[in-house]
Ligand binder design. Structure first.
Ligand SMILES: Cc1cc2nc3c(=O)[nH]c(=O)nc-3n(C[C@H](O)[C@H](O)[C@H](O)COP(=O)(O)OP(=O)(O)OC[C@H]3O[C@@H](n4cnc5c(N)ncnc54)[C@H](O)[C@@H]3O)c2cc1C
Length: 377
């Protein structure tokens, strides 16, 4: 019988893991990849949808296009995970694993921020981005707030990108002078591990008249008074609120007994959980890297190498370095890049590459190369 690997979640982490194991073992593995969705969407595509740069259909990559030796994709909702027995239950049946990998990402809890669902918007889900696509063109005067409601949150540059891209949209429509933009962030500077990236973003905000509100979160919205209440009790009036909702593990993970402090703890070097034969990668963990696709993908590579070493008796892989590059949209078609390393030194470090049209092309290649590897498209 072929070794049974069950991968929960076909996001950045699950797709990379399934691809490597299929490429290496082909039909000599029995890998089941389970996801409740019909399609994968890159996180950054939500900005494209929200600002009308791409249609929803164009950014959806259907899982039915995954054809890989040894891999079966199952579109099913996972309802229970037993990490001791390495058994997974879905609405359609059950799966037993020799190796189980949890890559279920982070969900959102809108209700953790009173008033957000009724009086605000979020752009972290595709549905939220789609709604904003209709809302933003109708905004022509007043105060827009891009506000983070709690940390950790996915893709730390994304709120800054949203503020800069909103500026561009308002300029293009000739209404920027009638609008204010504020960005409420829980950090003193936009990207704490990279002072150069933070300096460049703060300079871009200053040039465009975007107000950066540091070290604060948005605790609640009062839709009747159209006021955002910040963590320190101060208030900011708003006419358009673009929120980053509180993140949490999916309910099925919370119920599995695998979490501590809200996330799945893992060995930082191997991504192993405390349950033998069970790994966790990406946003669902508290590994200590930002919640971003590049880090989920890097963690998946280490787990794939460990599983291959177990099966083939090879050497254990080098420890997970927690390093990756994130692209940062500065507007006007220019993209910067921050290269960060979270785990190999004593403290996180980051370097910055200035925004350019060349990096916009590199970002495009980042997406198209993954689409080709994972989906064959
Ligand atoms: C606006 C925005 C911009 C971003 N920009 C970038 C960027 O430029 N670069 C970057 O690297 N990252 C970016 N990200 C972050 C990136 O999208 C995530 O960090 C990444 O997708 C996490 O990968 P993952 O594999 O851990 O989880 P995900 O990719 O979230 O995958 C988890 C999967 O699990 C599935 N799932 C969950 N619960 C169940 C269940 N009960 N049953 C079955 N399936 C289930 C989900 O459907 C999902 O497909 C951005 C995110 C946002 C919101």
């Amino acid at each position: 019988m072929n070794p049974r690997v069950v991968v929960l979640g076909a996001g950045f982490g699950g797709l990379e893991l399934a691809t490597i194991l299929s490429d290496s073992l082909g039909d000599r593995i029995d890998l089941t990849l389970i996801d409740k969705s019909e399609t994968f969407v890159f996180g950054y595509s939500k900005l494209d949808v929200m600002f009308g740069r791409a249609t929803t259909e164009a950014v959806r990559l259907p899982y039915r296009d995954i054809v890989k030796p040894g891999v079966r994709f199952r579109r099913e909702v996972i309802t229970a995970i037993d990490p001791v027995a390495r058994r997974v239950t879905t609405e359609a049946g059950g799966y037993d694993a020799d190796s189980l990998v949890v890559a279920l990402g982070a969900d959102y809890d809108l209700n953790a921020t009173p008033g957000l669902a009724e009086g605000g918007n979020e752009f972290y889900s595709l549905a939220g981005a789609e709604r904003l696509r209709e809302v933003i063109p109708a905004f022509e005067r007043g105060h827009a707030i891009v506000g983070v409601t709690s940390a950790p949150f996915k893709c730390p540059p994304a709120p800054s990108e949203a503020a800069l891209l909103l500026h561009d949209r308002l300029v293009a429509r000739g209404v920027r002078d009638a609008c204010e933009i504020s960005l409420v962030m829980p950090f003193g500077v936009p990207i704490p591990p990279s002072p150069d990236t933070s300096r460049a973003l703060l300079a871009a905000f200053a040039e465009r008249g975007i107000r950066y509100v540091p070290d604060r979160v948005v605790r609640a919205l009062d839709p009747s008074r159209r006021v955002a209440v910040l963590g320190d009790g101060s208030e900011m009036p708003y006419d358009l609120f673009l929120g980053i909702p509180k993140h949490c593990v999916p309910k099925v993970v919370a119920a599995s007994g695998m979490t501590e402090g809200g996330w799945i703890p893992v060995d930082k070097k191997t991504l192993a959980t405390r349950f033998p034969g069970v790994y966790a990668v990406g946003d669902v963990t508290s590994v200590g890297t930002p919640k971003a696709g590049v880090f989920s993908e890097g963690a998946a590579r280490v787990v794939a190498a460990s599983i291959l070493a177990e099966l083939q008796g090879g050497e254990r892989p080098a420890p997970y370095a927690g390093a990756g590059a994130c692209y940062v949209e500065f507007g006007a078609g220019r993209v910067g890049r921050v290269d960060v390393d979270f785990l190999s030194g004593l403290k996180p470090t980051g370097s910055f590459t200035e925004p350019s049209a060349a990096l916009a092309r590199e970002k495009h290649h980042f997406g198209s190369s993954r689409r080709a590897r994972w989906f064959g498209l």
